[in-house]
Design a protein around this ligand. Sequence first.
Ligand code: PFF
Ligand code: NA
Length: 441
Amino acid sequence: MVQRETWATRTGFILAAVGSAVGLGNIWRFPFVTGEGGGAAFLLVYLLFVALIGFPAILAEFVVGRKTERNPVGALMELGGSSWKYVGGVFVVTGFVILSFYSVVAGWFIRYFLEGFRGSYANLLTGYEGDAAIMFGELSTGLDAFFFHTLFMVITIGVVALGIRQGIELAVKVMVPAILILLIGMAVWAFTLPDASAGYSYYLSPEFSIIADNWATLLPAAAGQAFFTLSLGMGVMITYASYLGEDRNLTKDGVTIIGFDTGIAFLTGLVVFPVFFSAGITEPGDGGAGAIFISMTEAFATIGGGHILGLLFFGTVAIAALSSAISLLEVVTAYVIDEKGVERWKAALGMGGIIYLLGVPVTYDLIFLDLLDGFADGILLVFGALMLVILVGWITPEVAVKELEKGIGDLGGRGQAWIWAIRVPILLVLVITLYLGVDGY
Ligand code: PFF
Ligand code: NA
């Protein structure tokens, strides 16, 4: 048997996991679903979901991966029995669906990045009646979108086919601090805008009536966003934890990953909403998938030297998207390699090629984006998380607690508390959320 690879450096696992988590989910998806969910009300439900369900669930993926040292499909079968291969199959399908539209959106970021080389965003906008929404409308579909979707998929497939993991670690080391610095700078600038306060109150002061009236849509939307942004519910964290040769403290790592991911999403909101309200856009949900592009183009068009900032911003996000896309394709590829015995480059190229084709319709009409994204996040990821919770909570609880204790020490009652949280309340919330998600799709 071949010795299974492990992470080259102590921090390799954390870097890869953060690289997978931080991506379009934080910067592109978070602001627009928050806008659609009514702002602060959505933020609150989302944060609760991350803390109360995301954290226990990420630990579940970690222990399953580290315990079995296998790809998600193999891991689930080893712990649950052979019928769990169907659940693993759903994980692989989820990766397929997510990456197909993810690549199109990442392509938009590359496109906007390149615009920064052509001079100021203000000048650019004059070509689109001075309106950032019109600009987004023209760039998000058609030949441009198709071309950059192709480019992004070629790069993603290339990296996974060659198995260049060191490259990812380095990219994450540069990308995460860069995003943080850019977002903090932009947030400080947004603070000085005339109507910033209206943006803050929309984003930060929840109206509880919104939650009471809309919980049936808020719950699946917040759950979908929480799982999507944390890369949870389809086996990425199982895969990455499966390469952990050493006994790391998994709760600490979980907190680190969730902390970075949530912090970056939250900061994005601190930029986007003040910008929107200052630009006279008081219904942030209306921008839809274009929210981040519209608000940032407005911002970069106003700031002196904005195109340099824009270039840095859109470019960094494209890199963040790449490290997430790699994790998505890696799950699909690892499955084909491990279970079907196909060579790495063939698996990456074959699977990546099909995913690429699935994404092409999105470049034609954004209706396909809603369809794919809604299906993956509102249904597939929630289903995946539910299955994990059943596996760890009901089928292998002792094994799971023992695995979690490695690298931490005796958890005593806390291990049991984790299992019981997963077994009953979390399981129930996920069942209800899944039902609402299916019902609303
Ligand atoms: N977490 C990534 C993001 O926020 O952009 C997206 C993602 C990656 C979702 C990997 C799911 C996944 F398995
Ligand atoms: Na994320």
